[in-house]
Design a binder for this molecule. Structure first.
Ligand code: ATP
Ligand code: MG
Length: 395
């Protein structure tokens, strides 16, 4: 048995000892078959949430209505979800209610794609009523059951299909692809937060080019925030080297730059990103634009800082633009005479006592001038040198 399954095995054993069924399910089973790195290990069981909670010393009730309990073992969290069938779907979103059931097969049947509907018991045997293993062999993403119905139940599954294409490089099965073309507009009814999670995963996948090409072919982007009619820009995104990017923020920055989006904040707010992410993304875009305008300067390094400068280098690489080396940026940054105003050898109080003038706008203006001169290396960061410079440059 693969290493990530060994510890949570005791969860399955405990549940079985108490007369319940329990299996590994979902992404971890899929990924172990593919030979891909395994993410979270999830468990499905016939035990009801309260029964699960009674059997383990440390649990967190995530959502009684969805039957999910987190079991904490040695500090690791495992989601244990009661077999369930989903009740009525409302407005093309996740169902409002679920029914707990006793059949594993029925639980697998409500899952999105056949590759995600395989269960594994504690002996490593696979239970695969929808031929998910064959789909993995054939590298096909195919809904469990009729695609049109499944996308009408929960439209997010269309975005998930594209993100799995990006992560796995698989093909969309024909009916699944046709159903996306037909039902993409239902994405309007899905909460933006859920779409954003899948979209970010899609942008980060190694086969993102393939996924974006499919997005354009099916027209899904027309129903994503701020991307209506942006097929050409998205093709440019697909053709850039996204693998050069390291952070989620850089992916968003690249998207904004390709879209030539003037209203960055409004665009990112549509995706419901956090204010903190929005700030960082905008700062990266501003740094990129500053370098495009002025070339690399000490002033830009100082203003935007090392992390932002590295964002810019990675964006250049993604666009195939010749740029400075990572090490060169780091060394240059380290060599800057100062890294913040705090490191300047003079303070506002010094300027006031030297000039005998009271505080006012002149003070911050003068400090800013000194800061610029010091950063550019035209003025030594020493009190005496600065005092001398002030004498010669006093208006
Ligand atoms: P990852 O490795 O990225 O976590 P995953 O397949 O585990 O991929 P999750 O979002 O963690 O994806 O979902 C876990 C499992 O729950 C899926 O494998 C699938 O069986 C099921 N699932 C998740 N979302 C849906 C959905 N919208 N509709 C139907 N089944 C879903
Ligand atoms: Mg998962």
């Amino acid at each position: 048995m693969n290493e990530p399954f060994i510890r949570p095995m005791t969860i399955i054993e405990t549940l079985e000892q108490h007369g319940h069924e329990a299996y590994f399910v979902g992404g971890a089973v899929r990924d172990v078959i593919i030979g891909r790195e395994i993410g979270d290990v999830d468990i499905a069981t016939s035990a009801k949430p309260e029964e699960v909670m009674a059997l383990f010393s440390k649990t967190i009730l995530v959502g009684i209505e969805h039957g999910t309990v987190v079991v904490v073992l040695d500090g690791e969290q495992y989601e244990v979800t009661t077999f369930r069938a989903e009740g009525e779907y409302e407005d093309f979103r996740r169902p409002a209610s679920v029914q707990f059931i006793t059949s594993l097969t029925a639980d697998l049947e409500r899952r999105d794609f056949t590759i995600n509907a395989i269960a594994m018991n504690k002996d490593g045997e696979l239970l695969d009523p929808f031929n998910g293993q064959q789909a993995i062999k054939d590298r096909i993403i195919c809904t469990v059951g009729e695609a049109k119905e499944r996308f009408t139940e929960d439209a997010l599954r269309m975005m998930r299909a594209l993100r799995f294409v990006s992560q796995l490089g698989f093909q969309l099965e024909d009916r699944t692809k046709e159903a996306i073309k037909e039902h993409k507009s239902l994405l309007q009814h899905v909460s933006v937060e859920r779409i954003t999670i899948e979209f970010e995963k899609m942008l980060s996948g190694p086969f993102v080019k393939k996924a974006i090409t499919l997005m354009n072919e099916t027209g899904v982007h027309d129903f994503l925030p701020g991307l209506y009619g942006s097929a050409r820009s998205l093709a440019k995104v697909a053709n850039s080297h996204l693998g050069e990017l390291k952070e989620q923020n850089e992916l968003w920055a690249l998207l904004l730059l390709v879209l030539e989006e003037a209203e960055c904040t409004a665009f990112l707010k549509k995706w419901k990103l956090s204010n903190r992410s929005i700030k960082e993304i905008e700062f990266a875009v501003a740094a990129f634009e500053a370098v495009s305008r002025d070339g690399w300067t000490a002033q830009i390094l100082y203003t935007y800082g090392l992390e932002r400068a590295l964002n810019v280098v990675r964006l250049h690489r993604a666009f195939g633009i010749a740029s400075i080396q990572f090490n060169a940026v780091k060394e240059w940054y380290d060599r800057l005479p100062i890294h913040s105003l705090k490191e300047l050898a003079v303070k506002g109080t010094d300027l006031m006592s030297w000039s005998g003038k009271k505080g006012g706008p002149w003070l911050s203006e003068t400090l800013q001038l000194i800061e610029q001169e010091v950063v550019a290396g035209r003025l030594q960061n020493e009190q005496s040198a600065i005092k001398e410079w002030l004498k010669c440059n006093q208006q």
